[in-house]
Design a binder for this molecule. Structure first.
Ligand SMILES: [Zn+2]
Ligand SMILES: [Zn+2]
Length: 62
């Protein structure tokens, strides 16, 4: 089963749960990240392999 996460696509790769996102953490807050202040991207997260992938993408656990 996959879950929804919001991730920074900059170098920090910060990952935020949907609960935190709803509480207002909608942008990257890592000072030295190249995407600092930019909107996070909705991704699906697979807890089994600890990977994120695009929404709707076929995901195969390795
Ligand atoms: Zn970032
Ligand atoms: Zn997986």
């Amino acid at each position: 089963m996959s879950e929804i996460r919001y991730v920074c696509e900059g170098k920090c790769r910060r990952m935020i749960t949907i609960e935190s996102y709803k509480q207002g953490k909608k942008t990257c807050s890592t000072d030295n990240c190249d995407m600092y202040g930019k909107e996070l991207t909705l991704k699906e997260y697979c807890p089994r392999c600890n990977n994120t992938f695009d929404e709707g993408e076929d995901h195969i656990c390795l």
